[in-house]
Design a binder for this molecule. Structure first.
Ligand code: SAM
Length: 175
């Protein structure tokens, strides 16, 4: 394969996986630092807990949680190859962060204590079905920006200037 073909192939993979992510659940848009700090101040993450970020992008949420609670186990899933590789490389500096290449809709989340979601609402119906069969009753699921239509949040976290956080318990997905 020539260099030109190789570069074309790499660019194609980056663009195709980014397009797949945008079509599937959301394009890569990182949460703001102010938002991450608010989330961590309100959701009490304990040592030993297992935390997921579904669609982790470059891992900014994962690493903030890891600094806040070094004894939690933090896992991110990502399908867009470029943010995935950036997160994977950065995760080497954190012993408690694992970045996995995979479709967030196909993961087994039954050990989750906290799940973080920042995706478009088009993903919510599929996610709600996924959670209904798979997560613990007391697992906390934090949705950034938009609530789930027809499902009253257990807690709403609001602060000026940033997107709200809608928190649900696992049991709320089994109605
Ligand atoms: C709005 S960004 C949120 C990034 C990160 N969670 C944050 O808050 O900074 C959504 C991420 O989900 C990823 N994504 C979209 N569909 C996905 C899927 N089916 N499986 C895994 N990741 C996906 C996108 O590539 C993107 O990085």
């Amino acid at each position: 394969m020539s260099w030109a073909n190789l570069i074309f192939f790499i660019v194609w993979v980056i663009v195709a996986t980014a397009a797949w992510a945008g079509w599937s659940a959301a394009p890569w848009v990182p949460s703001r630092s102010k938002y991450r700090k608010l989330f961590l101040g309100k959701i009490n993450i304990q040592p030993g807990q297992i935390i997921y970020d579904l669609g982790c992008g470059t891992g900014t949420v994962l690493f903030e949680i890891a600094k806040h609670e070094p004894n939690a186990k933090i896992i991110g899933y990502e399908i867009s190859i470029l943010p995935y590789l950036i997160a994977k490389i950065k995760a080497k500096s954190y012993k408690n962060v694992s970045v996995r290449y995979g479709n967030l809709f196909k993961q087994d989340l039954n050990d989750a204590d906290v799940i973080f979601v920042f995706l478009l609402t088009k993903a919510y119906e599929r996610l709600s079905k996924q959670f209904a069969g798979k997560i613990k009753d007391d697992c906390l699921v934090a949705f950034e920006a938009w609530p789930i239509p027809g499902n009253e949040p257990y807690q709403i976290i609001r602060e000026e200037d940033i997107l709200p956080i809608f928190v649900y318990k696992g049991s709320q997905f089994r109605k």
